[in-house]
Design a binder for this molecule. Structure first.
Ligand code: DAH
Length: 348
């Protein structure tokens, strides 16, 4: 019987050696050492032996069984280390190779400029207001004192929204003035920066462009405040304290008086020419650049928004935001902003 067990053991060792998967090892274990396995089969005949022999044979059998169990565990371990060895061969990694740098993008020039404006105006106590790009005729025109038959509507070639009556893509950021005043009591100090839309397209016009709108309303606001705030703002934007401003009478229905705002050219400093008599191309030698419109808020507009126009006065302005970025960075084509050419975008 002992030799039978020894034989069984060597048979199992050979089977274990041939087992190349965890499953195969487990099957071998069950076949030999399982409850109704071959080992127990042999052990059944133990009871037929004389008592004396039963003891010694039983003991020896137990030792062998233990050895067989250990052989199974060892085989599991060696299979695992074979597997790890293979991984180490095929999946090695050189940790000293320099890493790959991910391409990191950055904010668009216009977005960065909007952030700068927020800081410049924030220091003067202005907060940022917003309004919808798709706007009602009511806010975009009527409440701003531009009735339906008013010629001022022709100045702003409007995109009307099909299938939505009296709805436009806002032609200006001025409707945000009304929306804000309707929702807030004076005093008001806000700017609004955002997209505006007009049917216009050439080197200096794009159907979508950006405006910077400003509104300040309180008791006793005068032209002096308008001039001071606008002049300081332009000096901050162009990072040049020598910038001067000029206000020319003009007409916008929502202000009275209305004016056009110019500032001295930041390149030639109002001279129209550069050193050595080189003509300044940015301002076309006139020394001034047109920035936008402004004026004292029309009493009708204050009333439309529910303000007491006897008690409160204010000023407003609307500047071409893209244009200011073009001047600041000497960019000569408006559409470069919106064409998404990375060769351009990466420069800023
Ligand atoms: N909304 C005007 C435009 O787009 C610009 C403008 C002029 C805005 C005068 C103002 C203002 O707030 O007071 O042409």
């Amino acid at each position: 019987m002992q030799s039978k067990i020894q034989h069984l053991k060597s048979e199992m060792l050979a089977a274990l050696h041939a087992a190349k998967t965890e499953e195969a090892i487990r099957e071998t274990e069950i076949k030999y050492l399982g409850r109704s396995g071959l080992f127990n089969e042999i052990m059944k005949s133990l009871k037929d032996l004389p008592d004396e022999e039963k003891k010694t044979v039983g003991k020896a059998a137990n030792v062998t069984k233990k050895e067989m169990e250990e052989a199974v565990s060892r085989r599991f371990i060696s299979l695992e280390s074979e597997r790890l060895g293979q991984i180490a061969e095929t999946e090695w990694l050189d940790v000293t190779v320099p890493g790959r740098k991910p391409v990191v993008g950055h904010r668009h020039l216009i977005s960065k400029f909007i952030d700068d404006l927020e800081i410049i105006f924030g220091k003067m106590g202005f907060t940022v207001a917003e309004g919808p790009d798709v706007e009602s005729e009511h806010y975009n025109f009527n409440q701003l004192n531009i009735p339906p038959d008013h010629p001022a509507r022709d100045m702003q070639d409007t995109f009307w929204v099909a299938n939505l009556p009296n709805t436009v893509l806002r032609t200006q950021t001025s409707p945000v003035q009304i929306r804000y005043m309707e929702a807030h009591k004076p005093p008001v100090r806000i700017i609004c920066m955002g997209k505006t839309f007009r049917k216009d397209s050439d080197a200096t016009h794009s159907p979508m462009f950006h405006q910077l709108e400003g509104l300040m309303v309180d008791e006793a606001i005068s032209m002096a405040n308008l001039k001071a705030i606008i002049t300081h703002t332009l000096q901050q934007i162009f990072e040049d304290p020598s910038i001067k401003t000029r206000f020319r009478v003009s007409f916008f229905p929502f202000v009275e008086p209305g004016m056009e705002v110019d500032c001295t050219c930041p390149i030639c400093h109002g001279e129209g020419k550069l050193p050595d008599n080189v003509p300044c191309r940015l301002c076309k030698q006139c020394g001034w650049l047109e920035i936008g419109g402004a004026g004292m808020v029309h009493p009708k507009v204050l009333k439309n928004a529910g303000y007491d126009s006897k008690k409160y006065t204010g000023f407003a302005f609307g500047f071409g935001l893209d244009r200011m970025v073009m001047i600041k960075h000497r960019i000569n084509h408006l559409r470069l902003f919106f064409e998404n050419d990375l060769r351009f975008i990466r420069q800023f």
